[in-house]
Design a protein around this ligand. Structure first.
Ligand SMILES: [Zn+2]
Length: 116
């Protein structure tokens, strides 16, 4: 299984790609198995999410604050499907993919919230 390091160098909401994040959450590095955005048709790969800040828009940060993780995964998937074409047969797998990423974030999130 290939190892891919995720680079998050654009300041958009990490959860739904909204261009106006209002908060940032420091998070430690973690690895999870998932599909990469440009390679939906390929096998799952080991993705490394490096230590850094996870940005969130007003809507996503509210969902995070109230532990609405299923809603957050749904929102992330819907926004993603507006940006890239997703084969219907891959939908369930990609929602699971988003959820695994969120679990990694929850488990490795550090204390503190950065306001923007
Ligand atoms: Zn968002």
């Amino acid at each position: 299984m290939k190892i891919i390091r995720i680079v998050n160098d654009s300041k958009v909401c990490t959860f739904c790609y909204d261009p106006h994040p209002v908060v940032g959450y420091p998070c430690g590095e973690f690895v999870c198995v998932g599909l990469t955005e440009k390679k939906w048709w390929r096998r799952p790969e080991r993705l490394i999410y490096p230590e850094g800040v996870w940005f969130a828009c007003a809507v996503c940060s509210e969902m995070i604050a109230t532990d609405r993780w299923d809603d957050l995964a749904r929102r992330g998937f819907l926004e993603l499907s507006r940006r890239v074409e997703i084969h219907p047969g891959l939908r369930t797998g990609i929602v699971e993919n988003v959820k695994r990423k969120h679990i990694g974030f929850r488990e490795h999130r550090r204390s503190g919230v950065i306001q923007y």
